[in-house]
Ligand binder design. Structure first.
Ligand SMILES: CC(C)=CCC/C(C)=C/CC/C(C)=C/COP(=O)(O)OP(=O)(O)O
Ligand SMILES: [Zn+2]
Length: 438
């Protein structure tokens, strides 16, 4: 597909236009739409000379990542307890861009991540810090992304299991760290690192977790951080992906979740907002884009249980519009991606905006990706539940299978053979690699 796909003059009618309503929110919304409009106008003018626009600054993004892996500005000091996150954001962005760091560099990364491993199990955000579920998640995903035996060996599943038990509540919810806050990120990080290190969703660790997550669904349809909080894209992704990884959707309302999710795509900007009446942001390209993908997987899976089959062969958001927002409004020409026009580049937004671009382009591996602009704008697929390379998920599953840690007593109402069948991603795997869990 060449060039952009929407007529930017025509879609101006989608801008906010209620003259009778002036609130802080509407004023901010109008300001953002005007910034986006400038970006759209510029690309429309340039397109008359070059119909392969919008351009993807791949080389510049790669240079940005290479630089950040070795040197960060003082602005990153506040993320000293999130250094495993910085590693993950860099490695996952590099994956999307199809860029491979050298073995030497990756060796240094493994060495660093091992220093973040805690004696009591799990990972901290930096050496000599306390174990925490979020940096544990980032460290495990990073090691899986590296894919080598040396990296997978560094995960230490026994330690992970011990740490997960130390943050589990009796009702199946998870604290982010010992004595820390309970929220749906905890459940998602726990089931993710559990599954990647060979712990079954049937493990007693996760008894009650799906029911607890379902309590976070709000009247709007999305999930809040914990029961009775506002629906938000980040937590909704965590909730839906955790339920998919637990193979249990019996307790949620998928229809209202889907409705809430698809309405978060902004009609003028094309990107997603994270909650009702808030602003577009590049990072929700992944949290919301992937959420829609995950909900569709859950609806398909649930329909089989109900005795009829639904096959959804198209993603239920405007894939081209999201790519336009990302490519036209979220790239810095000197490298790095951003929340919205006028914001500075950072690693978090680079990772999740690129990952969202990947979700928008690659829905079904049996079909051609949908790529706007130059065909060279294509990025590699990402796994919608884990947000790492689908191949990296496979490798981690097989590695864990070859190095089992579980005993039958750990499992709830399930025989060892059943458990093994479910752990094997090759069993019942759909053609779409991204659906490896289903
Ligand atoms: C795996 C893992 C740890 C996932 C984290 C998920 C995630 C992104 C949660 C969102 C957190 C949050 C309170 C955002 C609100 O930001 P805001 O109020 O600044 O933004 P908004 O105006 O867009 O809501
Ligand atoms: Zn953001």
């Amino acid at each position: 597909m060449e060039g952009h796909t929407r007529n930017f003059t025509e879609i101006k009618s989608a801008k906010f236009d209620d003259e009778n309503l002036e609130t802080l929110t509407s004023i901010e919304q109008i300001k953002v739409e005007n910034l986006v409009e400038k970006c759209f106008d510029r690309i429309e003018q340039l397109s008359s000379m070059d119909n392969t626009l919008p351009y993807f600054y791949r080389k510049e993004h790669i240079r940005f990542l290479e630089r950040c892996l070795r040197f960060l500005s003082t602005g990153y000091e506040c993320l000293d307890a999130s250094r495993t996150w910085l590693v993950y954001w860099i490695l996952q962005s590099a994956h999307c861009l199809n860029f491979k760091f050298s073995y030497e560099v990756l060796g240094d990364v493994i060495h660093f991540l091992k220093k973040c491993r805690c004696p009591s199990g799990g990972f901290a955000g930096g050496p000599s810090q306390l174990p925490h579920l979020a940096p544990t998640y980032a460290a495990v995903l990073s090691l899986c992304l590296i894919e080598t035996d040396e990296a997978l060996e560094a995960i230490d599943p026994e330690g992970i299991k011990k740490f997960l038990w130390s943050v589990r509540e009796e009702n199946g919810a998870f604290r982010m760290h010992v004595d820390g806050e309970i929220d749906v990120r905890g459940a998602y990080c726990a089931i993710t690192v559990g599954r990647l290190s060979g712990i079954s969703p049937q493990n007693k660790l996760f008894e009650g977790t799906a029911n607890w997550i379902a309590k976070c669904q709000t009247y709007e349809g999305g999930f809040g951080g914990s029961p009775n909080l506002e629906a938000h894209g980040g937590y909704s992704f965590c909730g839906a992906a955790a339920l998919a990884l637990l193979n249990d959707v019996s307790t949620v309302n998928l229809k209202s979740l889907l409705r809430w999710a698809v309405y978060r795509q902004m009609r003028y900007e094309g990107g997603f907002q994270g909650r009702t009446n808030k602003l577009v942001d590049g990072c929700y390209s992944f949290w919301m884009g992937s959420l829609v993908h995950v909900i569709q997987m859950l609806i398909e899976k649930n329909s089989c249980h109900d005795g009829y089959t639904i096959n959804i062969d198209e993603l239920m958001f405007h894939r081209e519009a999201l790519q336009e927002y990302i490519l036209i409004c979220c790239q810095k020409p000197h490298g790095g991606l951003i929340d919205k026009p006028g914001k500075p580049e950072d690693l978090y937004h680079t990772c999740y905006t690129l990952s969202g671009l990947s979700i928008a382009q690659n829905f079904n591996s049996t079909k051609q990706p949908i790529v706007i602009g130059n065909p060279d704008n294509e990025v590699l697929p990402t796994h919608p539940l884990y947000n790492i390379a689908p191949k990296a998920v496979m490798k981690a599953y097989f590695y864990a299978q070859q190095h089992p840690i579980e005993s039958e007593e750990d499992l709830v109402g399930c025989t060892k053979n059943q458990h093994n069948d479910e752990q094997n991603p090759a069993n019942g795997q759909k053609e779409n690699e991204g659906n490896a869990d289903q």
